[in-house]
Design a protein around this ligand. Structure first.
Ligand code: GLY
Length: 406
């Protein structure tokens, strides 16, 4: 996409400024463009933060953790919206965004890991997720690359995957299509200040301005534009670092696995996500430490545990190792809604859409539809996720639910 150089000190006007070009910001931009609005996307490195690391599991069942009751329906509804969302992005962009509806096998390394997964399955089923128990023999018949030493296996037929890097490329291409190009700008800069005095929009690092009637902050963990203090939604966000590896089979080798393989190995989670081009994404640690770079211990553990599930992992070529921080919230549910002033009054046209944590890619169709509906005020026209209820989504994602006045 073209990077527009703004001529300081002139302002650039648009209907909506989208700050943050990750999967959530770009999906929201695309939906709003489809609605006919002019868009300016502001990000120094589009797609370069958490979206670049994400494995892209569309896995409402195997992402279930205990005590995330508000999240379960969002995950189910977003996964159900994916086929239509992908079909539309692919039609608009001409890109294959790497959506694969292959199932997920969840494996236990030890009897204790198996017991953990047996108990979790009861919880998954109670919350409407489909998970079947398999014998290890059945699992190995499906995926011969699995270790014969596994203690158990489960199957989540509805847990699929997308390649988030391809999705970002597809969304950028859709926004750059000839019929939209004239109405979309991308500015490779950091937004440093909200323009509250002149209608709306943001000031950029070089002093120039993007003025906009409405502004969406899809800024992940970059909360500098939000107010400080315990009453600010920013106070709810915390970085949860993930180390993630990308590996490849040697040229000409047969695929190691066809399905996503997840597992618990001595109580720790690991996953292997095979792309159709032979790449296997191995992830991901969840570190709440201060190390923003790659953790040596994290990489060691991922390779060790991946190999416990799929022994031939040691034959792969390691092509990339990276770490990114996920924007976590206290209840693991995103923060999406209108922002308020200190006195509690809503700031007209200012919307927050962040806090995707482990689920930003999975939730993108739902969160972008909700953000777009808030921007346009058109709940019916912008709400295209059948089976999901916009009011329910906005209740669950209220950015002020952790503050005393919220
Ligand atoms: N959604 C998987 C992860 O965040 O590691």
């Amino acid at each position: 996409m073209r990077a527009l150089e703004l001529s300081h000190p002139d302002a650039h006007d648009c209907d909506v400024a989208i700050v943050g070009a990750g999967v959530i910001g770009l999906s929201t931009a695309w939906r709003l463009r489809e609605h006919g609005l002019s868009i300016t996307i502001i990000d120094p490195d589009p797609g370069g933060a958490a979206s670049r690391a994400a494995a892209g599991m569309i896995a409402p069942a195997s992402e279930v953790r205990y005590q995330q009751h508000a999240l379960y329906p969002l995950m189910r509804e977003a996964a159900a919206a994916y086929p239509d969302f992908v079909a539309r992005v692919e039609a608009a962009s001409g890109h294959d965004v790497g959506y694969r509806r292959t199932e997920t096998l969840v494996c236990a390394s030890t009897p204790a890991d198996r017991q953990e997964l047996v108990e979790l399955r009861e919880h998954q089923i109670a919350h409407g997720m489909e998970v079947d128990a398999l014998t290890v023999r059945e699992a190995r018949a499906l995926e011969p690359g699995l270790s014969p030493r596994l203690a158990g296996a489960f199957r989540a037929v509805g847990d699929h995957q997308i390649d988030p890097r391809r999705l970002v490329a597809g969304l950028l291409a859709a926004l750059d299509a000839p019929e939209h190009r004239e109405h979309v700008r991308a500015v490779r800069q950091t937004a440093v200040r909200l323009l509250t005095e002149s209608g709306g929009g943001v000031e950029l690092a070089d002093g120039s301005r993007v003025t906009a009637e409405r502004t969406v902050l899809a800024t992940g963990l970059a909360t500098d534009l939000l107010a400080d203090g315990p009453e600010s939604p920013a106070a709810a966000l915390r970085p949860v670092h993930g180390d993630i590896l990308r590996a490849r089979l040697p040229e000409g080798a047969a695929p190691l696995i066809e399905r996503t393989i997840r597992g618990v190995v001595n109580g720790q989670s690991v996953y292997l996500v095979p792309r159709s081009d032979g790449e296997i994404v191995i992830g991901a640690t969840s570190r709440e430490d201060d190390l923003t770079g790659v953790s040596a211990g994290g990489v060691y553990r991922l390779l060790r545990d991946a190999q416990a599930l799929v022994p031939a992992v040691c034959d792969l070529e390691l092509v990339e190792v990276m770490a990114r921080a996920r924007p976590g919230t206290p209840d693991d549910v995103p923060l999406l809604g209108r922002l308020r002033e200190g006195d509690g009054a809503e700031v007209p046209g200012l919307i927050l859409a962040t806090g995707g944590f482990r689920h930003g890619v999975l939730l993108a169709p739902l969160l972008s539809a909700a953000a777009a509906a808030l921007v346009t005020g058109d709940a019916t026209g912008m709400w295209d996720t059948p089976g999901a209820d916009l009011a329910g989504v906005l209740r669950a994602t209220d950015p002020y639910r952790f503050t005393t006045t919220g």
